[in-house]
Design a protein around this ligand. Structure first.
Ligand code: SF4
Length: 206
């Protein structure tokens, strides 16, 4: 009797949705060799699907050798961004840069409690879902506005603006304060919207 092996998947984290060419070439080669599907996730990461359990260590190892980071419990969330001022005619801010500053601030953090997400837009249209994401950062003509408590799903919520006209360092500092607050008031996992009415929530809602 032929035994079927369970298939699994592997998600490669792509900061600011950028896919380095060596990783793209390796993912393509692995997909061909192991007959995998490649999926671009809603959080702008790259997922290899249909991996046989016994092939996973080799596939993971080959990608890790190129510097790939993988989705997993405790990882700080990679912000979802739009292309911003560099590639969009409406853009006034650079979400890739803000994403890089945030990720640099949290690169040594060993464990982050789930389940908040971050989105960053290059203008007030908020294409990456800034208003429906736990922490939303929106470029404006005066800097960046920060929203908290947005979410999608069956009971969507619009985020509330808690800070206006921030500079880049102000954005990073505010995200750090929110992440620390989330960590201190969350047992295992929790959306930000559950915390915005907490008496010690550090910002005033508008
Ligand atoms: S949010 Fe603004 S800058 Fe970003 S893609 Fe949409 S229109 Fe362009």
């Amino acid at each position: 009797m032929t035994q079927t092996t369970a298939a699994t998947r592997l998600t490669i984290l792509l900061p600011a949705g950028r896919l380095p060419l060596p990783l793209m070439a390796k993912a393509h080669a692995l997909a061909e060799k192991y007959q995998l599907e490649i999926y671009l996730s809603t959080l702008q990461n790259l997922r290899l699907m249909g991996i046989r359990e016994e092939d996973l260590p080799v596939i993971r190892g080959e990608l890790a050798a190129l510097g790939a980071q993988f989705k997993g419990p405790g990882r700080f969330p990679i912000p979802r961004v739009c292309i911003g001022v560099r590639d969009c005619s409406m853009g006034i801010g650079d979400p890739e840069r803000i994403s890089a500053l945030i990720l640099a601030r949290f690169k040594d953090r060993e464990k982050t409690k789930q389940k908040f997400k971050i989105a960053i837009s290059g203008c007030t249209l908020g294409c990456p879902g800034v208003l429906t994401t736990d922490i939303g950062i929106m470029a404006t003509r005066k800097g960046f506005d920060l929203y908290v408590g947005g979410k999608g799903g069956p009971n969507p919520k619009v985020g509330r603006r808690v800070l206006r006209d921030l500079d880049e360092q102000g954005v990073v500092a505010a995200v750090a304060e929110l992440v620390d607050f989330h960590d201190a008031h969350t047992e295992t996992k929790q959306r930000m919207v559950k915390l915005i009415d907490h008496p010690e929530f550090p910002y005033k809602l508008s």
